[in-house]
Design a protein around this ligand. Structure first.
Ligand SMILES: CC(C)(COP(=O)(O)OP(=O)(O)OC[C@H]1O[C@@H](n2cnc3c(N)ncnc32)[C@H](O)[C@@H]1OP(=O)(O)O)[C@@H](O)C(=O)NCCC(=O)NCCS
Length: 177
């Protein structure tokens, strides 16, 4: 089976985390993620000179795009009930048709506590139980933390890469389920 997983709302639970659809009022967390992005990330993924995307624009996107309820899930800490980022599967990813792309991003203040690994493991299990046979992930070569998370949840880096003289090389990693 290669479909289905991304069609409905999802809730995944781990020992410390709940992964579930975004709520409109949590657009402020998405804005914070945008403001914190590494300067090496391409401009279309960073706040522009006029302050876009604004919180209101991100609220609209949560309201209107199914991505935020069925693909990139809000990662909520069960103990403190705060949202610390997203983790999920992008159906129209860059890997291959019918083979979604794993993606994750967390607020800097919670890095290095194992949350990305915990969330990504749950998403990998979700993909497996949904019938997918393979996942992909794309990562900048300079992104050591993300490469480490991918290795910890069983991804292998392939020979496939995209070289960008300005922003660095994108590596393609994959995991069979
Ligand atoms: C990638 C990211 C989600 C990791 O989140 P996290 O919760 O800190 O990840 P974890 O704690 O589960 O694991 C991080 C691993 O990377 C390692 N690491 C973190 N920063 C590192 C660095 N600068 N250099 C080397 N290793 C590093 C940690 O030691 C840990 O590995 P270990 O368990 O073997 O010690 C977070 O750094 C982030 O949001 N980055 C920006 C967005 C991003 O890059 N997303 C992925 C795009 S492909």
């Amino acid at each position: 089976m290669t479909g289905g997983a991304l069609d409905g709302e999802v809730r995944l639970e781990t020992s410390r985390l709940l992964l579930r659809p975004w709520r409109v009022e949590e657009a402020v967390v998405q804005r914070e993620l945008w403001t914190e992005r590494d300067p090496r990330v391409p401009p279309h993924r960073r706040i522009d000179a006029d302050g876009h995307p604004t919180v209101a624009e991100l609220e609209d996107s949560i309201r209107t795009s199914k991505v935020w309820s069925t693909e990139l899930l809000a990662v909520e800490r069960k103990a403190s009930r705060d949202v610390i980022g997203y983790c999920g599967l992008v159906g129209s990813g860059r890997g291959a048709v019918g083979e979604p792309e794993l993606a994750f991003e967390l607020l800097r203040r919670v890095w290095r506590q194992g949350y990305a690994t915990e969330a990504a493991s749950a998403v990998v299990e979700w993909a497996r139980s949904s019938g997918y046979e393979r996942l992909w992930a794309t990562v900048w070569d300079w992104n050591t933390a993300s490469r480490r998370v991918l290795a910890k949840v069983g991804f292998t880096e392939t020979d496939r890469k995209e070289v960008d003289a300005v922003h660095g090389t994108t590596l393609f990693a994959t995991r069979r389920l």
